[in-house]
Every structure is written in C-alpha cells, then in structure tokens.
Design a protein. Structure first.
Length: 358
C-alpha cells in the first residue's frame, strides 16, 4: 500500500466507544507508516489520553461552517475519515474537496431518525464518499434509513491488551460471582432492565453475586440511573461508580467474571469486544450487533432484548457455571472470536484494502 496522508474527524473526545475505536484506527494507520492529522468537533476528557498515545488533536467546533478555509486544507490529504453519523454536517465539505472519504458509522436507529433531515442525499455524496458500518445491523440502517449504498463492513479493532491485565479468573469459585455493566445511564443502554432482573432474583442468588455499574454520573437518564441507586441502598453487593480512565476500566473488566450489556439498541458495543479480548464472557441482549459474530451458549450468553425474566435466567446460569470448565470454554471461545474478527491483524488487513482504493 502506498503511504497516505489521512485526516481524521471525530465528533467528540469522550471515553466512549466510537472515539475509543477511532483512536485504535488512527494508531493502526500510523503504525503502517501513514501520516495522520485529527480534528475533533468538541473537547473531552479523553484528549489527554490521545495525546499520551502520540496523537495531537485540533479542536474545531465550527468546522462544518468553515468551508472556505477548510476545503483547501482538506485537499492536502489523500484520505479523509469521518467518524460517526453525528459528523454528517462535515460530509458536504468532504464532497466539495473531492478527496476520497470514508464515513465510518456506528450509531443505532434513534440517531438515524434524529439526523434524517440533515443527512445529505446519496446522489450528492456518492462520487467520493464511501460509507461503512461497524456491524451488519449498522449497514442495514445505512441502507434502510439513510438511503445510502454501504460500501462494506468495517468492524473496529481492539488492541490486544490481555498481557497488560492479569485476569484473576480460575477454576475455583470466588466468594462472589462478579458482574460489571459499563455505559452511559441512558434508556437505550437498558440498565433498568438489569436492575429489575437483579431485584427479582432469589435471595440465595443475590447473595452470591456482586455487580458494579460504571458510567458518566454528570449526565444521566434518571429512569435508568435511579433504579441502580435504589439497589445500592438495598444491597452491599451492588455499586454505582463514575466513569474511569480507559486502562482502569479494562483492568476492572479483566477482573470480572462477566460483563452484562442489557441494551435496548446497540449496533456494536465496543465494551463487549474488549471483554472478549480479556477472556471475560458477555451476557448481552440479542439486539446487539456483536451477536452477529457470536453463538449463544458457545462464546456468549444471549437474552431476549427487554426481557427481565430471560435476563434473570441468564444470570442464574452464569452463577451456576462460574468456576467450571464450561465457564472456561465460554471465555476461551469468546477470545477466539476476538482474535479472528476484531484483532489488530484482521483490522489492519481490512483497513489497508479500503485505503488502497483511494
């Protein structure tokens, strides 16, 4: 592949999935010898982490309105990568520049509905914009709700950090089976479903589990946040914690027996792939896009999206198999899916093919 000058554009620098996986893409591009520049439409707490990784970021909130100044700058690059549907207002500048543009979309259907009136028409962008979704779910939304022709599938990569986090999983059962739930306290994330499932468990199961919710506590949907807080008042085994730096979160996931992803809508949860990388099995709703790469009971445990009773059953099953050979197989099989679908090597191969088309 000829080396490229690549401009990356992101909507924000939060410690959430889409910015995290974009950073991984940037580092992958840079490791291949490409020159990279990054613009973010807003600042955020992850900026220092990006800079520590050697990535300088220019903050430009008004980028979409700076066509006269930006289009000539864009033309100095071989490729532009625009991350997320939220950056749709930047796409017309990319079209005007004529530069080969990869629009990498991660969002669920609510975002497509919200931005529908602002999305450029396919005939306006198809000359130099190639649209990629992170999962089959996303690609169906790209076609069905945005009216675009998806150029292909581009699942993100998660760097292999397993050697950095010595997970304490072993054959013997711990005093408590530990679960972690990570994500914004928002309706689509479904923490309230998990809370109802925990509340309805038999007391002997409740006594055997410990669960920690992690998320940004500065901006919450009270309908999902307050049920979690109520559980903390009833049990010392339930914890609600603020978001933490990414490495610390990976350490917590690695030391947990399971991660629970109870989302109502979730095209591709980054945290699920990170858990698979760390040999931590996922209990997740069947609406999650990552289930297209998994098999229920083999490398993950699925439950019907929104079903409290079904999630309860999966928690009981998870407790029953913790510390057994079945648990070890579940964790190992999840790791194999990570290696084949989401590792750096497979991602780099896909990315090189896409960049080579420019």
């Amino acid at each position: 592949m000829n080396l490229k000058k690549i401009l990356y554009i992101t909507h924000q620098l939060t410690r959430t999935g889409a910015p995290n996986v974009l950073l991984d893409m940037i580092l992958c591009s840079k490791s291949e010898g490409n020159a990279v520049a990054v613009i973010s439409l807003s600042d955020g707490p992850a900026k220092t982490e990006w800079e520590s990784a050697g990535i300088d970021v220019i903050i430009m909130p008004g980028l979409a309105l700076m066509g006269e100044q930006m289009v000539p700058i864009m033309r100095g690059f071989d490729v532009i990568v625009v991350n997320t549907l939220v950056c749709c207002d930047v796409i017309p500048l990319c079209v005007e520049s004529g530069v080969y543009t990869i629009w990498w979309i991660h969002e669920h259907e609510n975002y497509f509905a919200y931005y529908k009136g602002r999305l450029p028409q396919w005939d306006q962008i198809k000359r130099n914009v190639r649209v990629y979704g992170v999962s089959p779910v996303t690609n169906r939304l790209i076609t069905g709700m945005a009216g675009y022709n998806a150029a292909g599938l581009l699942p993100f990569c998660v760097p292999d950090r397993i050697d950095d986090f010595q997970a304490k999983k072993h054959v013997e059962v711990r005093d408590k089976v530990s679960f972690v739930c990570v994500g914004l306290f928002a309706y689509v994330k479904g923490q309230d479903i998990l809370c109802k499932a925990i509340s309805g468990l038999l007391s002997e199961i409740k006594e055997r589990i410990e669960i920690s919710f992690f998320g940004d506590l500065t901006e919450v949907d009270e309908a999902v946040y307050l049920p979690a807080m109520e559980l903390t008042k009833k049990s010392d085994n339930v914890h609600v914690m603020p978001s933490v730096p990414h490495d610390k979160m990976l350490e917590i996931i690695a030391d947990s027996d399971y991660i629970v992803i109870p989302s109502r809508k979730e095209p591709m949860p980054t945290v699920a792939v990170e858990a698979m990388m760390l040999n931590t099995p996922c209990i997740l709703s069947d609406i999650c896009g990552v289930t297209d790469f998994l098999e229920n009971g083999i490398n993950a445990l699925f439950f019907s999206s929104g079903s409290v009773e079904n999630l309860q059953s999966r928690i009981v099953e998870a407790v029953d198999i913790a510390g057994t050979e079945k648990y070890e197989r579940l964790a190992q099989n999840a790791r194999l899916v990570y290696e084949s679908e989401f590792g750096r090597e497979s991602f780099a191969k896909r990315l090189i093919e896409i960049l080579s088309a420019s």
